[in-house]
Ligand binder design. Sequence first.
Ligand code: ADP
Ligand code: MG
Length: 306
Amino acid sequence: MGTTFEVKLVARKISQCQLEIIRQEILTQLDDVNGKMSTYLSSSEISRLNRSRETSPQRLSRKTITVLAEARHISTITQGAFDITVGPLVNIWGFGPESRSQKTPTPEEILELTFQTGWEKIELNKFTSTVRKSDPSLYCDLSAIAKGYAVDQVSAALVQKNFLQHMVELGGEIKTSGRNLSGKPWKIAIERPSIQGRTLQRIIPLESLAIATSGDYRNFYQENGVRLSHTIDPRTGHPVKHSLASVSVIDVSCMRADGYATALMVLGETDGYRLAMEHNLAALFLVRTLKGSFLERETPAFQRLF
Ligand code: ADP
Ligand code: MG
C-alpha cells in the first residue's frame, strides 16, 4: 500500500514468542488485503479484474466483494462523488501505480477517460461472491477505502487473539479498541493540514472507534504554481480544487470512515458538510482561510462524541 503502519497493544504480560506470533498475524492480515486489493501489485485480485475484458460475472474473494459493496454504497449516497472507477483518471493525473508523465492531460484525453468510468458499471452479487463489469475496460482503484478495511481486519484479528486494548494505524487511518495503558481513551492527533512539516491541529480521545482523514496536503504535486491533489472529482475528471484542506471522519468501521473521508473531500466544505449532516456522519472539516490558518467545522454527530 506504499505506506507504513503502527500497532500498539496493551497486555498484562507477553512473551517475546507471543509477540512474534502477533507480529506475524498482523503482517498476514496486511499482506492478504494488499494481495487482493492493491493496484500496485499486478498479481492482485483487483489487478486481474482490471486486466480482464470479461463482461460476465467473475468470482472474487469475500473480502474484496465486501469492500466493493461498501464502495458502491458510498457512491450511491454521494451520487457518484466517491467512485472507485476513476482509476484511469487517477493514473493519467499521475497518482496511480505508473510513474507520473511530465505533461498535463489534454481535455480530450480526460473526456475520453471519463466515458470509461462509472460506478454503476460494476454489478455485485454477495451471494455468489461475483462481480460483473458491464464495460470491459472498467478499471477499479480501491486506494480510497482498502486501507481502512485493512485496519479493521488487523483490529479484528487482535480481538480474536484476545487483545482487546489496542490501536492500529495504517497510512494515517486509525482504529482504537478499548482504552490505552493508562486506562484512558486513546489520544489521537489530527494533523494540521499544512504542507510545511507535521504539526498538530487537535488531539481527540477515542475509545473503540476509528478515524480516517483525507487531505490535499500530503499527496499532491505543484504544477505552474497550482497544487494538484490526488483526489479526483469524477464529475469533472480533474483533481479537486477548493479550500477544504482536510476532512476526518469517525466511525466504528475504519473502512467506512476512510471511504467517507475521501467522498467528503471530493464534495468540498459546503456540499460535503451538508451530506455529512444529512447522513449523521461524525466529521471534522478543516478549511483553509485566506490568511493561511485553518477553520474547524464539526458536524453535530462529531460534537456529540466529545
Ligand atoms: P490517502 O490515500 O491519502 O489516505 P484517500 O483515502 O483519500 O487518501 O484516497 C485517495 C486515493 O483514492 C487516490 O490516490 C486515488 O487512488 C483514489 N481516488 C481519487 N479520487 C477518488 C474518488 N473520487 N473516489 C474514489 N477514489 C478516489
Ligand atoms: Mg479514504
